[in-house]
Design a protein around this ligand. Structure first.
Ligand code: CA
Length: 618
């Protein structure tokens, strides 16, 4: 059977990929992987397109143009390498970089066959397998309060991955496939004139065709997790989906793809209306053009969800992209076990990784009508993508950035995630949807952002393939870091046991805090502020603001009761100065300030800002 041969093939591919990755870890890891002879070039804004074509034509073959970004994708033959140097030295050129290769981010234990179940196996199980059900993420409770099918429009989630089996019952019978209504199927014309012929429900950027069938399995699994955020995909009678998926294939049968195709997929997703874009892939190479593409998504208020990676590494100190791009609308996700501990393979980072989500032995859809389990931050990210899509469906005004803030603020904190992810928390589906519903009338808002590129790190040498690949981390997985046999939850369970006492104490202390002291709604405002304490001036990071006060984190010990003066810049760019007194302080140098004697004009500025900010969960 075709499906069985797909499965066997994927097993052998897996063994092959693991072997290749092992070899790369042993010997070749320091070289960035690139598509030979291919580059991305960005021209400075003022360069007109005629000049640009003139600079490239005759020297290199143009493969794609991104006119909105002044960016071009081209290839050169081996004897034309001087073209790359010429472009690098051209004052009209912003940057030239190699076309890096990136990989899917999922794991199986080496030698272990993931469990594969048929439709009848699954539906006979009466829903015991459904996505993320083993963790206490409160999916069913979220379903209990979400708007009915038809009462709100479906949010579109782009799945930039290995493709998708659209014939699987989960996508085929639930209305979960995105439909490009301006494109007439199979008429061999580009009806909507977007540059893609017959792109009715997605696109394959490798073959440049409308056939995005999944020849690897990863994308179908990720897609099932996204749809599974809005319905029980294992039920014998499937509900209608509240989410639509837009499959954009750029990873091949081995789970690898080029940066240029990832960028094309990102632009396609944004231009065709996706509000959430899932990236369960990545690599150690810093690409300015991919950063530009994610900024483009941010400019269009979309939310990008990026898997943090499976190398057990600290992303604050190592390279992992797109997860590490500091675009405010990029949300990096770590993976947790069924015991809500960080998965042993998961990357982490108290600054650069934002939120945790279940990612060990996650059951979802596989090509050919099958279901099966996979592990990885690849599986953690799409659950956040799906829940974010549901939140946007409840509060369609919100920007992707606001939904990111809401997802972090409503997540459930765990002591063992403190310092591992910025929010110290694992997603809580019910809290997220409930809070989205209370932010229905919140206006769209997000901070301004323009990409600041990291310093050039030897593009020329990478281009001539003689360089040392400076700053390059290991490629994908290291074998010893993957949980072996048994239950990966066991070791995490032991950790939970050891830390449970301090957590309980912390909870008890929290409970003692007087309640209902707050008279004003608090709103999330993620911005740096300047604080004056006596004759000291320091920079702090503000978390929330209300008409009565603010909370912030400062890297300094401040006394409770102390007087401070704060300078705060609002979303409208206006800066206010306001005095206050520190009324509480918590672990991690978090402080609460009560405003004292605020002037009328200052308060009206705050009121104006809060109409555009997301209400804080607690
Ligand atoms: Ca088209």
């Amino acid at each position: 059977m075709a499906t069985e041969s797909w499965f066997l093939k994927s097993k052998y591919n897996l063994v092959l990929v693991v072997m290749i990755q092992f070899l790369s870890v042993v010997g070749l890891a320091q070289q960035p992987r690139v598509v030979p002879g291919e580059y991305l070039v960005k021209f400075k804004k003022q360069t007109n397109s005629v000049n640009v074509i003139g600079k490239i034509s005759g020297k290199a073959s143009l493969k794609a143009a991104f006119p909105d970004m002044n960016m071009f994708h081209f290839s050169v033959k081996e004897d034309q390498q001087s073209t790359v140097t010429e472009l690098q030295n051209d004052p009209d050129v912003e940057f030239v970089e190699p076309n890096y290769i990136m990989d899917k981010i999922s794991e199986q234990t080496p030698g272990e066959v993931m469990e594969v179940l048929s439709e009848s196996d699954v539906t006979a199980q009466s829903s015991t397998y459904y996505t993320q059900s083993y963790a206490n993420v409160k999916v069913e409770q979220a379903w209990g309060i979400m708007s009915a099918v038809g009462a709100a429009s479906k949010t579109v989630v782009a799945i930039i991955d290995t493709g998708l089996d659209k014939t699987h019952r989960v996508f085929n019978n639930t209305g979960a496939m995105w439909v490009n209504s301006r494109e007439i199927p199979n008429n061999n014309l580009d009806d909507d004139m977007n540059g893609y012929i017959d792109d009715v429900s997605g696109w394959n950027f490798i073959t440049n065709s409308a056939n995005f069938a999944d020849d690897e399995g990863h994308g179908t699994h990720v897609g099932g997790i996204v749809v599974g955020a809005s319905l029980d995909i294992f039920s014998s009678s499937l509900d209608q989906s509240r989410i639509q998926v837009m499959p954009l294939k750029f990873l091949d049968a081995n789970g690898s793809g080029s940066t240029s195709n990832a960028i094309k997929a990102m632009y396609y997703a944004v231009n065709m209306g996706a509000k959430v874009i899932n990236c369960s892939w990545g690599g150690p190479s810093y690409s300015k053009s991919l950063l530009d593409a994610i900024s483009y998504a941010y400019d269009h208020q979309a939310l990008v969800i990026s898997a943090a990676g499976n190398n057990s590494k600290n992303n604050d100190a190592s390279d992992m992209y797109p997860a590490n791009y500091d675009v405010p609308g990029n949300l990096s996700v770590a993976a947790t076990t069924d015991a809500d501990g960080l998965a042993s393979f998961s990357n982490y980072g108290g600054q650069r990784v934002h939120l945790a989500s279940p990612g060990v032995y996650i059951y979802s859809t596989l090509p050919g009508g099958y279901y099966g389990s996979m592990s990885g931050t690849s599986m953690a990210a799409p659950f956040v993508a799906g829940m974010a899509a549901l939140a946007m469906r409840e509060a369609p005004n919100l920007t992707g950035y606001q939904v990111k803030q809401l997802a972090m603020a409503t997540a459930q904190t765990f002591g063992n995630l403190s310092g591992k992810v910025l929010s110290a928390a694992r997603i809580n589906a019910y809290n997220l949807i409930a809070n989205a519903k209370s932010n229905v009338s919140t206006l769209a808002s997000q901070p301004s952002y323009s990409p600041k590129y990291q310093d050039d790190r030897g593009v020329a040498s990478a281009g001539s393939s003689s360089g040392g690949g400076a700053g390059c981390g290991l490629v994908s997985t290291a074998l010893t870091q993957i949980p072996r046999g048994g239950s990966p939850g066991a070791s995490a369970g032991a950790v939970i046991f050891l830390i449970s006492l301090p957590v309980l104490l912390w909870w008890a202390l929290r409970q003692r805090k007087p309640k209902n002291q707050r008279r004003h709604d608090r709103f999330m405002m993620d911005t740096d502020i300047r604080i004056k304490v006596g004759d000291r001036e320091l920079v702090a990071h503000m978390n929330t603001i209300s008409m009565g006060g603010a909370s912030f984190n400062a890297d300094a010990a401040l006394d409770k009761g102390g007087e401070v003066s704060m300078k705060i810049k609002g979303p409208d760019g206006q800066e206010i100065e306001i005095a206050g007194r520190i009324v509480w302080n918590e672990q991690n140098k978090a402080y609460g300030v009560q405003f004292s004697n605020a002037k009328e004009g200052v308060l009206s500025s705050i009121q104006d800002w809060t109409s555009k900010l997301v209400k804080s969960a607690s």
